[in-house]
Write a protein of this length. Structure first.
Length: 270
């Protein structure tokens, strides 16, 4: 093994505790699990896409700003991801052990939010979470996800009873969703616009996103970049507009390329 690889592993020791609490979820006694948002380059040089189905959400992403950029937080999320990548079954066993321990100590039902940052980036990783859920039936596991195709293929046919999810709009796979059938969540400029649209806010308790009435509305985070980005619209609308612009660019590109080629091949006398 090359020397620099050994140094990398030493630099990111395997986390002893997998679950943490952020200030917002701590009030509700919800623990969470996170990996880097969108994509990351690990110290050993590997680049991993951790939100492959992310769409316009990546631009104002709360998990790519503020405290998430602190070196200690980045290192921690990378160490979590490394554990998953390098020893998925060992990670699953460690998660089961920690959930069992925490659940025994907890006076109330233990809720886990998967992916304060990141998403179910591979089939194997999602399947391991499903196994964890089945081994720990007393624990409630929930998440927001943009991995629509993967969930419809791997989760929807036979979901564990304690595994809950909501599809969050603003991703590349929004077009696979039907809000009259699928549980969806959208990001709105503010609480009033959620109510006006007849959607249901989860502000009082994040778990309402998976247990309360649907469709679910979330107010955009307070970071100036996000406020500027949303500019009175919803994430789903911004994604649709983006998809249209992209499709139009694609439609015109072959013509421009064909036009350039025709010019290059045209003889001066033609
Ligand atoms: S899927 Fe979530 S964590 Fe990933 S880029 Fe989008 S908002 Fe950020």
């Amino acid at each position: 093994m090359p020397e620099h690889h050994t140094e990398t592993v030493t630099a990111l020791p395997r986390p002893k505790t997998l679950l943490t609490q952020n200030s917002r979820l701590a009030k509700l006694k919800i623990v969470n699990w996170s990996i880097p948002a969108l994509a990351t380059r690990l110290p050993d040089g590997r680049t991993v896409s951790t939100c492959p189905a992310a769409g316009i959400c990546a631009l104002p992403c709360y998990a790519r700003q503020g405290a998430y950029l602190w070196p200690s937080v980045k290192r921690r999320h990378q160490a979590n991801l490394l554990f998953v990548l390098d020893d998925l079954r060992g990670w699953g066993e460690a998660m089961i052990a920690e959930l069992t321990r925490r659940n025994q100590r907890s006076k109330q039902t233990l809720w886990v939010r998967v992916h304060d940052a990141g998403d179910y980036f591979s089939d194997d990783y999602l399947l391991e979470w499903l196994r964890v859920a089945r081994v720990c039936p007393a624990v409630r596991i929930y998440s927001y996800t943009k991995e629509v195709e993967r969930f419809k293929r791997l989760v929807e046919p036979d979901p564990p009873e304690n595994f809950f999810w909501v599809y969050s709009l603003g991703g590349r796979e929004d077009h696979l969703l039907d809000p009259s059938v699928d549980r969806v969540a959208d990001v709105f400029p503010d609480e009033e616009s959620i109510i006006r649209a007849g959607w249901h806010p989860q502000t009082a308790d994040d778990r309402l996103a998976v247990t309360g009435p649907a469709p679910v509305g979330m107010s955009v985070n307070n970071l100036p970049k996000a406020k500027k980005f949303i500019a009175g619209r919803r994430f789903s609308e911004i994604q649709v507009a983006y998809n249209r612009r992209r499709a139009a660019r694609r439609r015109h590109r072959p013509l421009r390329v064909a036009g350039r080629r025709a010019q290059q091949h045209a003889s001066p006398n033609s």
